[in-house]
Design a protein around this ligand. Sequence first.
Ligand code: ARG
Length: 563
Amino acid sequence: MLLEWAADYLAPYVPLSRGEILPAMERPPKPELGDAAFPCFALAKRLRRPPGEVAQEVAEKMRHLGSEVRAEAAGPYVNLHFSPNVWAVRLLNKVLEPGFGTSGAGQGKRVVIDMSSPNIAKPFGVGHLRSTMIGNALANLYRASGYEAVTVNHLGDWGTQFGKLIAAFTRWGDRKTLERDPMRESLRLYMKFHEEAEEEPELEDEAREWFRKLEQGDEHAVSLRGFFVDASLKEFNCVYSRLGVSFDYVLGESFYNDKMSPVVELLAQRGLLEDSDGAKVVRLDHLELPPCIIMKSDGTTIYATRDLATAFYRTREMGADRLLYVVGAEQSLHFKQVFAVLDMVEEGWSARCEHVAFGLMKFDGKKMSTRRGKVVFLDDVLNEAVRQAEAVIEAKNPTLLNRRETAEAVGVGAIVFGDLRNSRMLEIDFSLEETLRFEGDTGPYVQYAYARAVTLLEKGMAGAEEFDEPAPEALSGRLAWECLKQLAGYPEAIRLAAEQNEPSVLARYLLDTARQFNRFYRHERILSTDREETHARLMLTAAVAGVLKNGLELLGVKAPRHI
Ligand code: ARG
């Protein structure tokens, strides 16, 4: 916001349009250097003069602006200093406006977000947490940017793993045990299948045969699969409600069963399908990618075929302008292939698609792998986080009401924030202890800053009538000004986070905001005997609280009022 105002000020004094000035504006590296900086390199090049000289001249021309904005040349830069006496209250009023932070950038555009998408009969692992929470945050960020975001859970409810499960169940399973503890029992069967298949490779044939039967509607296969799906969904829904995440659509891979043959036919019509050892493939040699298998030699379809049908459906039936896939980086080859095939069907198709990849997440050094059974169950992780959060809260604030509920919000929030604060491509080794610290780059740190602001407001507002417009000088102190400037950066944080599909941009912004507020709180007494000053500082506190709460909610983290 400040940069925009700075561009407005500069525009009459440089031979450039505001549209050219704004993208060049920078935030100076140190607050002493001012509030906005305009580098003169490009302008100097155009004028064929040294940048330092141009900067001097612009600053000179702006001298008469006097008290509102002071311009100063520093080498090739024109630094602008906004006078807090004039601007603090203007900024504050802006931040307190309803809907502050949102924009209409995506008006009229629909983005379909593929997220979470766990696999039936396998546990909901920490890996799926990342897709769920990054996807959820992106949906919120896109909505705040004016888009219509449609979220879809692309459940893994079809595919060869059902062949394996049915084969394993038929050999070693029984209905009673399965009904008693469906998730653990199906995981056991799945693991046993892989163990035994190493010794007895024919098992793989058996599984393929079961999957083929399933695709042809065999009764035993269909009913067992139905059982697995229902049991898993029950469990997934518990996780989603704990995370506070819901979907506009839950359309698993099986939804596309009757939508694949038109895709296969279309590819055939276009002459894109080739035989390869009995399988049908689309060659992608021109992109130096391995061929995309569309149909296996036994006539069954695969993951990629379903994703092609899915992309058609989302574009044609759901009216998507953009397609996002929030899926681990290990699937990047798959998406390259799928997007390449789409481009061969219709030029430029893939420009609408993006694989929003993310790195592997380890948990206290442990990796996820369903096959070998070294799985980390998300529920266990959340329970442990909540238990530890409760212990901290008990020590910090023994009289707190709703302790359990607050611990749930802090424990779960810590995990979600801990996931989102890292650039998504980074591999994370998650440490519960660090994630839960109230001091540090953590969710609880931000939540605690919010709760502190709320407490101050409750204390300060007790018995106070409505706030008047604060006196301009009341907020002109350096720390209040820094805090306000930080708040003014909220719309930009949302914009960048959405543009880059990086919720971490917002998470880091919130950490900075909480830190800035804590500095202000520590060094300047918010509740003093000076009524006007107290009011002004409380209004700033209210503005901080509003941004922190709104930002946490965009990330999918709850903001309890008291901790
Ligand atoms: N179920 C898959 C997995 O867990 C993820 C699906 C992602 N979405 C998609 N359209 N392929 O690996």
